[in-house]
Unconditional design. Sequence first.
Length: 300
Amino acid sequence: MRIQAINTNTGFKGLFTDKTAQNGGNWRMEYQPYSWEKDYDQEIGRMANKAKFSIYDSMLPDNEEIFTQYDGNYKELSTDIYGTKTYYRTYDDRMRKTITQMPAMNREDSLKVANDKLDTFLDEKQKLRSQLEQNFYTFRNNAVTASQEYNTWSSEHEKGVFERDYNKSQSRYYMDQKKAKLLENTENLFDNSQKYIRLVNSIDAVKETKARNNKEINQLKELREAGKLIDISSRTAPNKNGALEAALQNIGSAAEKFICLPKKILSMQEIFKMLGPNHLDGKHNSEIIRYVENLITAMR
């Protein structure tokens, strides 16, 4: 099934945002990566290559692509799942493909945007689920009809020579046709069942991912509101270690907080446990920062 772009990009914040209208009508497409996103050089917080995906997938790529050729006004068109045009070529070969990269989102915003996209993905999956469920009835009814018609021609084939409306070769021909139709619908039913199983499993997997994301979003919100969060998850933001440097000015207070990295949350207690108690004297802040940066690099 071809993935359809959903044109609900109004007010969307994060990843692709069309700023052409604010740029005097001149093409400007901004991209704000996820905190964990990586480019081809594996630099975190940078736009990943565009990646196609299937409706049966259990996760969206970071930079998902719906690519279409010869669609309406465009010779080539690339959009995200919201329908935002991220690249196009017109029939007279005019192109728009320049992307302006912005600093990466922090992890909390990244998870929110990821869940918004997964909601749209789930909507498309539910549409296909309804279609596949309807197919079950269609293929079953077709199989029943083919079976009944086969029986009719089989009965015709068994009639005596003076009772028949058709000769044996004709009735045998139609019997073979109906048998082939019956087998075709059986294959269709099997194929539909396999697709349905794959789809339902992927729906469950997406819902589980959303639930995990929501749990972490709530945790981050609570920590932030309680003043217990050190957020250095956006590694392309100006002064990317600023929040950690500020927190370490009061080492006792910092030890009771949690640090948000691009891919996970850790308690500062875990950091100090790994480093050793001598780092709690406030004289090793640069070592602590280097250690955290090494942790981030290891997560890539």
